[in-house]
Design a protein around this ligand. Sequence first.
Ligand SMILES: *Cc1c(COP(=O)(O)O)cnc(C)c1O
Length: 388
Amino acid sequence: MSGVGTAGPGEDSSGLAPATRCVALGRPAPVGGAPVNPPIVLSSTFHHGGDRVYARESTPTTEAFEAALGGLEGGRALAFASGMAAAAATLALVPVGGVVVAPRSAYMGVLTLLREGAAEGRYTVREVDPTDTQAVVAALPGADLVWLESPSNPLLDVADLPALLAAAREHGVTSVVDNTFPTPLGARPLDLGADIVMHSATKYLAGHSDLLLGALVTADRIPDVHDRLAHHRHLHGATAGVFDAWLALRGLRTLAVRFERACANAADLAGRLADHPAVQRVRFPGAGAMLAIEVRGGAPAAEAVCAATRLWVHSTSLGGVESQLERRRRYASEPDVVPDSLVRLSVGIEDIEDLWADLAQALAHAHDRTAAPAAGDRPQESGHDRHR
Ligand SMILES: *Cc1c(COP(=O)(O)O)cnc(C)c1O
């Protein structure tokens, strides 16, 4: 579809660096008097005679976002109403009675969706340890789809994507990679042989915790899969809203600088946290801006850390400019491979010393709190602490 977003450097961005693509792609054609940014087109329907019919199928605004993300990932993008809408669309590719291979540490929403689909008898799910490459490869024969996520949310498990994607192609298994954590600046799974890349654009791509959006990007060699996913989106009404798509493209313009700063902050914090007496384990695969810590003293201590921060925002979600933290097992559906004391940290772009000072005081608070009962009494159980 020749939308407003597919003109300009989007047609041939192969020579441009990723940071430049973030800025340059998805703009209207550079003709005199044309807007520099794609307009927000608020119309549910389009005049007969063109290649656009109804906004549930496509809009000029969502196409601009798709042109930019497609150019970053090296494939054809489709925007969805949310990351979960995008994930659900890929599962519709699995025939009834088919087989899905998935990590048992996959993102909670995806795992729940898979388990519920399996419980309803729609398909079988083979749950694997994504860090055990041999076990994943052994689960592939006869499968229809393999779901991969690396580093994973929230365990930060790293899978051997080149090996697993090569094995998936060898066995004719459709591969989907959730690329939300690495972003296209950290990984380009289509280049490694993936069929489909999935994004929760809600997170880093948009980057400001102010919208919901999902995306799928398919490899150019499988246009039929793009068409099936577009058809699914159309008939299931999983269409992205134009305001959200526009804001996400606005956010994408600064992805490279935001991500660089957030990654530097995360690496710095990972080092400082490793030496902190209240921290039992730091999970940081060395790339990206996501961290997880296991707090000494179990779930109560982990909750105490989350409750005691002032700058870090105690909330779910991730990938925004503001640093956020959350104990993931507070949700009953979080897989039990996630430790009870694990706090997920989404590192933002604030000043590193401010971030550390706030985290250190919250950790000290939790440490004092858990250290006291070992001394024999629990004075801090009474009074104001309970209301934190
Ligand atoms: C948030 C998230 C999703 C789900 O995306 P939504 O936009 O919230 O629907 C999927 N995968 C990962 C890794 C996520 O972090």
